[in-house]
Design a protein. Sequence first.
Length: 207
Amino acid sequence: MRDSVTKAMAGPRPVVLSGPSGAGKSTLLKELMKEYDSIFGFSVSHTTRNPRPGEENGKDYHYVTRDVMQRGIDNGDFIETAEFSGNMYGTSKAAVQDVQAKNLICILDIDMQGVRNIKTTDLNPIYISIQPPSMAILEKRLRDRKTESEENLQKRLNAAKVDMEFSKEPGVFDTIIVNDNLEDAYGKLKEALLEEINKVKKINMSS
Ligand SMILES: Nc1ncnc2c1ncn2[C@@H]1O[C@H](COP(=O)(O)OP(=O)(O)OP(=O)(O)O)[C@@H](O)[C@H]1O
Ligand SMILES: Nc1nc2c(ncn2[C@@H]2O[C@H](COP(=O)(O)O)[C@@H](O)[C@H]2O)c(=O)[nH]1
């Protein structure tokens, strides 16, 4: 999937946040976007799953049918796509370009298939893995979130086991953060991104 479109995307280095479903990626990401709204922009993915209560089309995801998603894929609109827990997910070129056009650091929240695929492109992001303290805690967080059917929950837990092993593969992630205490995890995330945050602050000050 090496793609000259991603290579042409200028601006600060994007950030990939990955890790098991329920590890806390969205929670940490929302904190980051709240504190640094003029620094980071979220890459709004496409998905065929239904919106959860409170989620907004075009903000959390672009919610589409399988037919629409497949047409986009056939048309070459996506940088990467994945099948996860019975649904399709994907990062469109437009999603990344929209953020980069504003000179913001583009954040992608994607699963491990997405990480593998992004590694074959020229996007050159910083790769951060958010991991849960244990499978038991992950299961509790996912159950307490009350967003998944039992069947989906089991699919997500199975995927989580593979993801937790994947994150240990040397050289895949630049930083691995165990999200036990939320404040500590958020502090580590900011620390990992400090250099890039400062670069954008400098650019903003001089423009
Ligand atoms: N450090 C933490 N301690 C306790 N609960 C947490 C912590 N971090 C996140 N949570 C809670 O765990 C649940 C899962 O978090 P979140 O939805 O952010 O995970 P996620 O990795 O984005 O999942 P998905 O990939 O399914 O979108 C949420 O209900 C969130 O409030
Ligand atoms: N490969 C991709 N994975 C994605 C994308 N958008 C989200 N995700 C990942 O899917 C799972 C489930 O998300 P949920 O919102 O249904 O809980 C999670 O691991 C996300 O990181 C994408 O565009 N590509």
